[in-house]
Design a binder for this molecule. Sequence first.
Ligand SMILES: Cc1ncc(COP(=O)(O)O)c(C=O)c1O
Length: 472
Amino acid sequence: MSPFFPAREDRECWDDFLTRELARAGERVTTGSVTPTFDLETFRSELSEFDFRVPLALGDVLSWTISQMEQGLVHVTHPRYFGLFNPAPTFPAQCADRIAAVFNPQLATSTTSPAAVEIEAHVISSVARRAGLPTEAGGHFTTAGSEANYTALICALTRSNAGFATEGARCFKGPPVFYVSRESHLAWLKIAHQAGIGRSAVRLVGTDGRGRMDTNVLAHTLTVDRSRGCVPIMIAATAGTTNAGMIDPLGDCAEIARSNSLWYHVDAAWAGALIASNKLRGTLKGIEQADSITIDAHKWFATTMGCGMFLTRHTDLLSSAFQVSTGFMPSNLPKFDPYVTTVQWSRRFVGLRLFLSLAVAGWDGYGKHVERSIELTELLRQQLLERGWAILNDSPVAVLCIQPPPQFDDVRSIVGRILSTGRVWIAAATFEGRDVLRACVTHGETAPDDIMELVNALNVTGEFAKEEEYLT
Ligand SMILES: Cc1ncc(COP(=O)(O)O)c(C=O)c1O
């Protein structure tokens, strides 16, 4: 039997084995520890025994791997993972990964994978219209939000000065700069570095004390930059800050960008999923004025990792930014071939995950999904307030920045103790200069009982932490 290409009946057998074993492992995960339970040293020693000299049986290697995943991860698929926005993936998204793995389409060109390229384009167009962009808007799937934000910056630089394509940052009369809030996702620093304009090009605009970009500070910083000879390029507002789920004043940022002839980008990596809810999409008012938008399907749309989206009303600009021509590719069509309109060349069929999920749940299904997380977050808020905890953010999305009552232990100690119980996962963060516990409802099947478990864990670890006997 070929280890690479087993006979059909053997493959079916292994597929069935995987289906069964993964379902069992998934069940055990949801009732077990959220945090890793393995011993890292033992794991490393077992891993080092894979010297790849003697071929092993597939069943043994699969079983070993599943077991290590089960014991060696923080489980984002656990309903009491109140963590950073990594979701429990939808089942249709998992089906999509399986289909993509079997057909393995190359999405660099439409010529070789027309069905897959068209499916992705259809989903992107539907999401762009749902976000309020015009019918002709488009874009593409990306590896993640960071690539989508990078794409926005490259588009902004290229539109600001077409010479950027050939000369890079040298084409500008002064140093190019762009504006994000200090609560934005700091991958912007790496993005500026990659784009060749340097990290100092990122203006981290101050916030209003509630975690949102202060537009007075923004306007002032712009004026000062111009007077110093800098060349402002782009304003990137955040819709759903990573720490606190705050939404920058999208309409005001749009207006400042328009009156200064700047590219207006909205990084809605996380909260962009609010477009699905008829009840809540108004929270994103102003997003429809964006030149471009980032939304991560692998966040609140709950696809498997990584599945970002870049949406733009200026689709022609994409081909000026990423155009290239080679003899070995079967075609070179800016409207159809993703390799000439995006950062990537070879591409995986990631858009199928959102296509299948949207197809079976519809916008309404996704609307209910986000509304549900927000209702549970509200329950958590009420329960904590009743017990004397403070909530520092007033975000419209599913995250709370929590401060313990004064007599309780400090945030990082509480988080450390909670994680050591393995019962819930919660993060420590900083919001507007203060240490907070950050709890985010990310899992589509988290239930009120799970929320109560978190409330109890917070109270027990916070209160008892002061007592010596608890610590020993
Ligand atoms: C607001 C925001 N923007 C961008 C990113 C980066 O996205 P990714 O991790 O998908 O690259 C994140 C990630 O948490 C985010 O919260």
